[in-house]
Design a protein around this ligand. Structure first.
Ligand code: C5P
Length: 285
């Protein structure tokens, strides 16, 4: 039996624009994504000699083929045309779920990377990312990590310079939002404020943290904030504690702030936790 452990990092969207609906029902997006240090831990046991099993320390996580990690393992073994003779995947969850932080996608990506490592890398990283595309739109990015401009459904990636080291706070308000429902809402309205992707890319190239913080923009945020005042509340606390910039990630409900130093990030985290909001310190990875 082989045991492999992989870290599964959360992702944030520094920019997120939705360009339009496609014939296949998905939407074309343009988004700059970055992986961050907040992570799950995924342990894979190959060759257990028993039926496939998923174990998670959090309730509400599917333990069958509905879980993206199961799908990821299936596509991997199909690709290398091998039967693992039993598989056990144990997920230690730290990334909040239904938060726009790509937790499920990142766990699936960790399984793809972990299995590939266990079999001495038979699949190139590019092909591994491509396989991830059949598991979920954010999985290819989570396979590669760092910073990238994502296009198409989110699966077409171009690596770009990562964020410079900085202190961030990631907050998870108590409500969750449904990704398909949000896309549907956007279809029915006119987007008035879109991210300046070029300015964000330039700021990343220059390692300009103020430029990055000033160009954070997610077209889903006004839609979610219009229905849930917690978004404005989190923004207010971050601003009062000295955030350089604040933005919702993905389809929410998580919101992150970029801070000039660790002290202000720590203060923000404590204030949020005192009001009952989950909050984590993080940095780009
Ligand atoms: O690919 P994933 O499973 O993450 O997508 C979840 C849902 O989000 C899709 O079923 C679709 O309704 C919506 N979606 C979309 N366009 C994208 C990504 C997701 O419409 N680019």
């Amino acid at each position: 039996m082989i045991t492999i452990t992989q870290q599964a990092c959360a992702k944030i969207n520094l920019t997120l624009d939705v360009l339009g609906k496609r014939p296949d029902g998905y939407h074309d997006i343009l988004s700059i994504m970055q992986t961050v240090s907040l992570c799950d831990s995924v342990q894979i046991r190959i060759g257990t000699g028993k039926p496939w099993e998923i174990i998670c320390d959090q309730p509400g996580v599917p333990s069958d083929r509905k879980n993206l990690v199961w799908k990821a393992a299936e596509v991997f073994f199909q690709e290398i045309d091998t039967d693992p003779d039993g598989l056990q995947i144990t997920i230690q969850k730290r990334i909040p779920m239904e938060a726009g932080l790509g937790g499920g996608s990142s766990d699936a990506a960790a399984v793809l990377r972990g299995l590939n490592r266990a079999y001495s890398d038979p699949i190139s990283i590019e092909r591994l990312a491509q396989l991830g595309g059949s598991v979920g739109s954010d999985v290819p990015f989570c396979v590669i990590g760092g910073a990238a401009m994502a296009e198409g459904r989110g699966e077409r990636l171009r690596s770009i310079p990562a964020m410079p080291p900085c202190d961030m706070v990631i907050c998870k308000p108590q409500f969750s939002s449904s990704t398909p429902a949000l896309y549907k809402k956007l279809d029915e309205m006119t987007i008035t404020h879109r991210p300046d992707q070029k300015a964000m890319e330039k700021a990343l190239e220059n390692g300009d943290l103020w430029g990055i913080a000033g160009n954070l923009c997610n077209v889903f945020e006004p839609v979610v904030a219009g229905e849930h005042e917690e978004i404005a509340f989190v923004r207010k606390i971050c601003a009062e504690c000295g955030a350089m910039g604040v933005c919702m990630t993905g389809s929410g409900s998580a919101v992150y702030g970029i801070f000039p130093d660790k002290d202000s990030a720590q203060r923000t985290k404590e204030r949020l936790i005192n009001t009952g909001i989950q909050a984590f310190l993080a940095h780009p990875v």
